[in-house]
Design a protein. Structure first.
Length: 309
């Protein structure tokens, strides 16, 4: 005996579509009232001036008066300018040194402050104080130290290269700049690393201690991998700040001696605002922005992939 089967309806043949979790969610208009004005303010004070700067980079403008469009002549001249090339090279070299020193020192201090030590909060406050100080103000203090007490100490100890002011030395004038940048930049990096260390469960360390793991293995095999995202963001931020080194140069060397310590940002300010090279240095600023974006992208891509491994 056979039984007739009813043809499957369309609703039975095709599985019902799952409704999106956000399909029925109603967005409160208050969020738009908070986000849209902020976006407009950003556009007015950030994006519009940036686009205007890009436009001026294709002109011969002096920052005032009439100007003519000259195409990419400013950009061609940048690649032929030895002073600009030296500024980029010097900036990259000190940026690498500053970034490495900041992250090594900050990680070491953060691990130490995260341990079981007395006056932990007091030490954290002491290490964070440099970040609250103005770079220019503290820079002039360090300038006095490098100009007077330090050379006197070098003479007393018989150290030749320290017996003269490092600030006036073409060979060593970069040292005070790197020292000041690291001294002040470590504070913020310590704060970020401490935040990362707080996310690690103590039970992991207790289990490792039972297995006989020493302090170095504990750091390299447990601590460092678990704070990988914090290391990545610290690396990007410290590199970005180091590439933008400006206040330290103004306070300590003013680009000297013989333009030996001119960074890209200092050159843009010096030539663009006081040297009559407004459009030329605007092109330099646009080029530097592109370089910074590429470096940040490479850092995030490379270290981001390492975190997933």
């Amino acid at each position: 005996m056979t039984t007739a089967t009813k043809p499957a309806t369309a609703s039975q043949a095709k599985p019902a579509r799952k409704r999106s979790a956000f399909s029925d969610r109603k967005v409160d208009r208050a969020f738009y009232w908070m986000a849209v004005p902020a976006a407009i303010i950003f556009a007015i004070f950030l994006y519009v001036p940036f686009l205007q700067g890009v436009m001026y980079s294709f002109t011969n403008s002096q920052g005032y008066g009439d100007y003519d469009f000259i195409g990419i002549k400013n950009y061609i001249a940048l690649f032929q300018d030895n002073r600009v090339g030296h500024a980029y090279l010097f900036t990259f070299l000190i940026a690498v040194a500053i970034t490495i020193l900041i992250n090594v020192i900050a990680m070491f201090i953060a691990v130490a402050l995260n341990g079981k030590i007395a006056f932990k909060n007091g030490f954290r406050a002491i290490f964070f104080v440099p970040y609250t100080l103005s770079v220019l103000v503290i820079g002039y203090v360090f300038k006095y130290i490098f100009m007077n007490p330090l050379p006197a100490l070098g003479k007393a100890l018989g150290i030749g290269w320290l017996s003269e002011s490092l600030i006036t030395s073409e060979q060593y004038s970069w040292v005070p700049i790197v020292f000041l940048a690291v001294w002040q930049g470590v504070a913020y990096s310590v704060l970020l690393y401490l935040a990362g260390l707080q996310t690690i469960d103590d039970e992991i360390y207790e289990a490792a201690a039972l297995d006989g793991v020493n302090a170095w293995q504990k750091f390299w095999k447990i601590t460092f991998p678990l704070i990988g995202p914090f290391f990545t963001i610290n690396l990007v931020l410290s590199m970005k700040n180091a590439l933008g080194t400006f206040d330290q140069v103004v306070a300590l060397t003013d680009g000297g001696p013989n333009s030996a310590t001119e960074t890209v940002t200092y050159l843009i300010w010096k030539g663009g605002l006081t040297g009559g090279e407004y459009a030329y240095q605007t092109a330099n600023a646009v080029l530097f922005f592109i370089v910074l974006a590429i470096i940040a992208f490479i850092q995030l891509k490379f270290f981001g992939s390492k975190e997933k491994v």
